[in-house]
Write a protein that binds this ligand. Structure first.
Ligand code: NAD
Ligand code: ZN
Length: 355
């Protein structure tokens, strides 16, 4: 069976296009009593962006905190807040922020129409009902969360997305100016998430011409951005993120992401930095990619955290291995159908202990 995959139907791109969000949403507003929910990264609470959010009438603005990556519990709390605000559903949920905020917006839009806790839907195609209309404005480029069919959540048992066709945004607003204030190290780590998506897709066993087309272009854009900075770097990185996301949508990520999920679940290390930490030790799987990665790291003067395992207990290490082993499609993409013979618990442990 070939995957019949859903993509974002509406996209605007360009410097300043955030100003068009008001118009885009206005056609969805049906009555004076209806409302939209804006989930906005609280890093903008005291920034000028605050004044530019196109709030109308009864709209609900929720500042979200992403010091921790999104948890199912937080999604459930935010969903409850919206339900308390009004017994009727909002006409839209709009996420403004990086991958974490976009994932929160996706998850809340799904949980408003699906009963129970978001933890019950961590997996593939468990969501039953379509989400509320949802849109995103990325303020950080690299994750591809703006195009993907998942919202990655950390639950009581595992870090795993709510993967479904309903998860995909209805609208994205790609305005490179929104990424202007991102700190350089954060820009690098989230940018490397994109680069690693490309490497894992382009070297995986699931690769096909569709994924290759997107992955190669995103890979080239990342190299341009981080090796030869220019006036269009923010625009390029935003498109790299989109293309990288499209590449993995029709293939998969690999070893680095599987290990990074374990780091994030047990140690709370954020996705981009966790990927970068892990990737630097994966030369045997991705020799060319790791060489390029180190060149970009040098050029950008980035110092990776080292010896992160020094105080890790055995039970924590075992949990990391459990979390990474749940991600079977990632291992299969990286190592082929017989991956279980190649990647044992012991081998994963050795990889972690290098970090
Ligand atoms: P993030 O959203 O976690 O944000 C990182 C930091 O940057 C935060 O402190 C945030 O406040 C800050 N920030 C964001 N925009 C800023 C701006 N314009 N100026 C200044 N600071 C800004 O970072 P991320 O790397 O974009 O996202 C990581 C998350 O995305 C993880 O939770 C990961 O699991 C998820 N993810 C999701 C997908 C998907 O397909 N859904 C794919 C990859 C990663
Ligand atoms: Zn990623």
């Amino acid at each position: 069976m070939f995957r019949n995959f859903k993509i974002v139907p509406n996209i605007v791109f360009g410097r300043g296009c955030f100003g068009q969000l008001d118009d885009i949403l206005s056609v969805r507003r049906s009555s004076r009593n209806s409302y939209m929910v804006f989930l906005v990264d609280d890093v903008f609470e005291d920034k000028s962006l605050r004044e530019r959010i196109p709030l109308k009438g009864r709209d609900l603005l929720l500042w979200v905190n992403v010091d921790d990556e999104p948890k199912t519990k937080y999604v459930d709390e935010l969903t409850a807040k919206v339900k308390q605000y009004d017994k009727n559903l909002p006409e839209g949920v709009i996420g403004i922020g990086g991958g974490s905020t976009m994932d929160l917006a996706k998850a809340v839009s799904l949980m408003l129409t699906n009963p129970g806790s978001s933890a019950e839907y961590q997996g593939w195609d468990l969501i039953r009902n379509p989400a509320v209309y949802h849109a995103a404005v990325p303020t950080l480029s690299g994750t591809g969360a703006e195009v993907s069919r998942t919202t990655v959540l950390t639950g009581p048992e595992k870090k795993l997305g709510l993967n479904s066709d309903y998860t995909v945004f209805d609208q994205i607003v790609l305005d490179p100016e929104m990424t202007d204030g991102v700190p350089a190290d954060q820009r690098f780590y989230t940018g490397m998430d994109c680069f690693i998506h490309c490497i894992e897709s382009l070297t995986g066993t699931y690769l096909n011409a569709f994924s290759r087309a997107y992955g190669e272009k995103a890979n080239d854009l990342c190299l341009e951005v981080f090796m030869e900075e220019g006036p269009e770097s923010a625009d390029k990185l935003m498109m790299a993120s989109y293309f990288g996301g499209m590449s993995i949508a029709y293939s998969q990520v690999g070893v680095c992401h599987a290990l990074s999920y374990g780091l994030s679940f047990v140690l709370g290390i954020h996705h981009g930095i966790g990927n970068s930490i892990a990737f630097d030790y994966l030369e045997e799987f991705y020799p060319q990619g790791v060489t390029r990665f180190r060149q970009m790291m040098d050029k950008q003067n980035i110092e990776l955290p080292r010896k992160i395992m020094k105080d890790v207990r055995d039970d924590q290490l075992e949990k990391m291995i459990d979390v990474s082993l749940i991600l079977e499609p990632l291992w299969e993409n990286a190592l082929g159908k017989a991956w279980k013979q190649k990647m044992t618990r012991q081998r994963i442990k050795e990889l972690y202990l290098r970090m």
